[in-house]
Design a binder for this molecule. Structure first.
Ligand code: AHG
Ligand code: MN
Ligand code: MN
Length: 335
């Protein structure tokens, strides 16, 4: 009989000793995220049935309308992490400031901070298109025993100890890395268990998909315009195919499996791009690199950027490494 796939729970226990600081805390954080993902998944699946689609009537700090599910997912992830008393701080795309979390005895002895985009691609909910959750984990830099400060959150991406995403798609998956490759787990909704379905996920070095919101073409920098024309040119394995969902998690997931590049550049409308360095780009960059891909701001490695503010935005070029390198070549011509 074929051995059944490992469950995520079994996998976490088995891999615990691989973690850099093996106190079990990081395992417990992944476990908390696993639980919150199931709760949000349940709600996402019922989105058309209950009064949860549509705008919540508020805007987040970035002036975007918050969707009801944005607010719900944000609360579920934050509460699950707070209830388990395993992190010392949380920063979310949906909150103006970071949250300080105290330990069991009201202390500040926990070592990790979590940063997240609780619901990515939220404009897609109302039309039944896949959305996701993105998370990123760092070890605090300020001394254990003191409350967290902004400094603990403003670390370059190469300091991440774990990162991952949940994709609420035709099936729900949790994909994550702790710096030892990327593994994907698929939820069996009948029993509420994630099973290892995509071990050691890898980008192909080349790909044939490019993903960019071409409606903004006129506003893009010349290097991106030239790269798009290059993708569309008839030569060798080109033209490439264009695929764009408008949900970073979904676009990234497809490109990692099939080979491709995702670009959200600067534009004359969004001079720093749209995506957030801490909640979206760094975690995706960590996963991409762990899967043999590449992530860049058009000129250099995303994970080496020293953040200056929580909600900082950056241009993002991410995917199969030769495709990202090619896009960088075009960008360099106009630097
Ligand atoms: P969020 O729903 O967390 O605000 O993120 C939406 C992001 C990202 O998921 C997606 O790739 C991008 O916005 C789409 O932006 P455009 O509609 O400008 O293409
Ligand atoms: Mn997002
Ligand atoms: Mn979001």
């Amino acid at each position: 009989m074929k051995e059944r796939n490992k469950t995520l729970g079994e996998y976490i226990i088995e891999k615990q000793e691989e973690f850099k600081y093996s106190s079990g805390e990081l395992s417990r954080i992944i476990n908390a995220i696993r639980l919150a993902a199931k709760v949000v998944n349940y709600k996402v699946n019922k989105a058309g049935l209950v009064d949860i689609v549509g705008a919540a009537g508020e805007q987040n700090i970035q002036g975007e309308d918050q969707q009801k599910l944005d607010v719900y997912a944000n609360e579920v992830f934050i509460q699950t992490l707070i209830n388990r008393e395993i992190v010392c701080g949380i920063a979310s795309e949906e909150n103006d400031d970071f949250i300080t979390v105290h330990g069991k005895a009201g202390d500040d002895n926990n070592k990790y901070v979590v940063l997240m985009d609780p619901l990515d691609g939220s404009s897609n909910i109302d039309v039944n298109v896949s959305v996701g959750t993105i998370f990123s984990v760092y070890r605090r830099v300020t001394p254990v025993g003191t409350p967290v400060t902004l400094e603990d959150f403003l670390q370059p991406g190469d300091q991440q100890v774990a990162a991952g995403y949940v994709i609420y798609g035709t099936s729900t998956m949790l994909v994550y890395t702790t710096g030892h490759g990327v593994n994907g787990f698929t939820l069996n909704p009948a029993i509420g268990t994630f099973y290892l379905s995509h071990p050691n996920m890898q980008y192909s070095a080349d790909g044939k998909i490019y993903s960019v919101n071409e409606g903004n073409y006129i506003h893009f920098p010349q290097g991106v315009k030239d790269y798009i024309k290059y993708c569309q040119m008839e030569e060798g394995d080109r033209p490439y195919t264009s695929r764009y969902i408008g949900s970073l998690v979904s676009d990234f997931h497809r490109n990692m499996i099939k080979g491709g590049v995702y670009i959200y550049p600067t534009s004359s409308k969004a001079p720093n791009g749209k995506l957030r360095l801490l909640y979206e780009c760094n975690p995706m960059a960590f996963i991409a690199e762990q899967a043999g891909g590449k992530a860049s701001d058009g000129y250099g490695r995303i994970m080496e950027i020293k953040p200056t503010e929580l909600h900082q935005r950056v241009p993002f070029f991410c995917g199969s490494k030769n495709m990202v390198a090619k896009a960088e070549e075009f960008m360099a011509k106009y630097k």
